[in-house]
Ligand binder design. Structure first.
Ligand code: HEM
Length: 184
């Protein structure tokens, strides 16, 4: 009955990808670094969740990324992906444990194998909230992610968070991408 999950059906499962690439400003190095990473993602289906006449099916997800042979992940996220079939709306709500919450969304179709979700700081619908320190030093102005479900039981993402960093005069593009293959 995976059709309930629309464009999210191809993401259900446990996934791993060794080809991650992060571009971020490193405070310890004082420069922008390109960091390869290993990622492990779990997407557990649930639903329906009903809000009045609205019916949502979702994925309960957590992901973690490691660089080199470090024991602890250098980035994690927890959250939910949601599909509203009647509205044709896909949502990704998640927390980055730097004190950032994101609710990104888009309109798409149940059959879509590629879709792009976005969020903007201060937007009441698809928004970003952040702690006061980050608001002053490294503010997340916008977030955009493109998901592509591939025919060979893998899926890919490419995302860009535009940051207003105290270190730079112009907004800085903090980018991440990976391709995940099924392990369960
Ligand atoms: C695969 C996903 C991601 C990875 C691997 C990642 C990794 C990193 C790394 C390595 C840094 C640099 C920390 C340092 O050395 O100082 C960083 C900074 C940062 N990231 Fe991400 N990040 C990811 C996604 C995100 C997302 C989705 C957001 C927000 C929507 C975000 C917001 C930030 C912010 C605000 C900083 C700056 C912190 C500061 O300068 O004090 N990141 N990230």
């Amino acid at each position: 009955m995976n059709e309930h999950w629309g464009p999210l059906a191809g993401l259900i499962g446990e996934w791993e990808g060794t080809g991650g690439l992060d571009s971020a400003f490193s405070h310890s190095r004082g420069e922008v670094l390109q960091t390869p990473y290993l990622e492990k993602v779990e997407m557990k289906p649930f639903g329906p969740v009903d809000n009045g006449s609205q019916s949502l099916y979702g994925l309960d997800y957590h992901t973690a990324m490691w660089r080199d042979d470090e024991d602890s992940p250098f980035h994690t996220e927890v959250g939910y992906w949601l599909w509203d079939a009647a509205a044709g709306e896909v949502l990704r709500c998640f927390v980055v444990p730097r004190g950032i919450t994101v609710l990104a969304g888009a309109l798409t179709t149940a059959e879509a194998t590629s879709f792009t979700m976005s969020a903007t700081l201060g937007d009441p619908k698809y928004g970003i909230c952040e702690n006061a320190y980050l608001g002053q030093r490294a503010s997340s102005l916008s977030y955009e992610v493109t998901i592509t479900v591939n025919p060979n039981d893998t899926w890919s993402y490419s995302e860009c968070t535009m940051l207003a960093m105290a270190e730079f005069g112009e907004p800085f593009a903090h980018t991440d991408s990976n391709t995940l293959h099924r392990i369960a």
